[in-house]
Design a protein around this ligand. Structure first.
Ligand code: CUA
Length: 359
């Protein structure tokens, strides 16, 4: 193959890579569009390193091309050109310049490395949130407010959020690219991390550590709201929710018989949150932005459809999750993978989708 043919064949490959890599910015799973001071500082570090690297590349490329052209073999030239060995001036120049360039990168990098590792766990102005990674979902516990939720992390804008990162099983990694870099959730220890959101909005969160079958589906959403709205949300998480239809109260009966061992809900009779802690907390479930973190509730009525899809076959939606298999459910009719009949699913959907804040 001639060289130009080889180069020509590389063109479609390069074009495809440009296309795929630029696709990384879709759906705000990007570090290039910062929405808070932490992410801004980190982007600045990326840009300053990039600027230095591009500068070095340009200078080296220009010298390279110049030397290639200027000292090329001329027609009629014979023998080896005059050999040059050792040049103190040049050697000093190409030692000092990289040293200075590394210094330029090192100063802000070291400064921000310490600054971004600051521990806000004792700061009374910071919101303390314990984040527990589970296979394959996220638990968020507002430590001082005594509120627990899953998959939707609601935070106030303009306030430092101190995250206490933990894990219930294996290593996970907590990552909200538009708000800042990732940090690991390791079993048996607490890693401190902090983020700040400048403006209200919904930001994409993801697990960034291979943690099992559904690692790629371990998504969550961060909803940044104004401080007032955040206070209302906290209050709504403690407010009673009425069950207002026959179908919903049938669902409530099923829930209290089968699901409550693992999932918690608000009980209007006891006026408190009741239920297990090993699975996602379902208080105000009808308000959530997703079902299982990945089935998006774009419109309010999507909650019901998505819940139906999920309850029909949780293993189909998120393989390897810990919802019980039909053989684990006593007296299972095997109509669905959870051992629930379609009618039972409808009742459960009605009950859970009806769990909404009264705002
Ligand atoms: Cu959890 Cu990947």
């Amino acid at each position: 193959m001639k060289r130009w043919q080889f180069v020509w064949r590389l063109v479609p490959l390069l074009a495809m890579m440009t296309f795929i890599l630029s696709g990384c910015g879709i759906d705000e799973l990007t570090t290039l569009n910062p929405k808070g001071p932490v992410a801004e500082k980190q982007l600045w570090l990326i840009l300053i390193s990039l600027a230095v690297m591009i500068g070095v590349f340009i200078v080296v490329a220009v010298i390279y091309v110049y030397v290639l052209v200027r000292f090329r073999k001329r027609p009629g030239q014979t023998g080896i050109p005059k050999q040059v060995e050792g040049n103190h001036k040049l050697e000093i120049i190409w030692t000092v310049i990289p040293f200075l360039l590394l210094f330029i990168i090192a100063i802000p990098t070291v400064k921000y490395t310490f600054e971004l590792d600051k521990d806000y766990s004792k700061d009374p102005n910071a919101l303390q949130v314990k984040v527990t990674g589970h296979q394959f979902w996220w638990e968020f516990e507002y430590m001082n407010e005594k509120v627990n939720t899953a998959q939707d992390l609601v935070i106030p804008t303009g306030r430092t959020i101190a995250f206490h990162l933990e894990s219930a099983d294996v290593n996970h990694s907590f990552w909200v690219p538009t708000l800042g870099g990732k940090k690991d959730n390791n079993p048996g220890m607490t890693n401190m991390h902090y983020l700040v959101a400048d403006k209200p909005g919904v930001y994409y969160g993801k697990c960034a550590e291979l943690c099992g079958t559904s690692h790629a589906l371990m998504d969550f959403k961060v909803k940044a709201v104004t401080p007032d709205e955040f206070d209302r949300w906290i209050a709504s998480m403690k407010a009673p929710v009425a069950v207002n239809s026959a179908l919903a109260s049938e669902g409530e009966q099923i829930f209290k018989k089968s699901c409550i061992g693992c999932h918690a809900v608000f009980d209007p009779q006891q006026k408190q949150v009741v239920g297990g802690k090993v699975a996602p907390n379902l208080v105000n479930y009808g308000d959530r932005m997703t079902v299982a973190g990945i089935l998006i509730n774009k419109n309010p009525e999507d909650v019901k459809n998505n819940l139906h899809t999920w309850l029909k076959d949780p293993q189909e939606v998120k393989p390897g999750n810990l919802m019980p298999n039909p053989q684990d459910v006593p007296g299972s009719k095997m109509e669905t993978s959870l051992g629930l009949t379609d009618k039972q699913i409808d009742a459960l959907v009605e009950y859970l989708a009806g769990q909404k804040s009264t705002k």
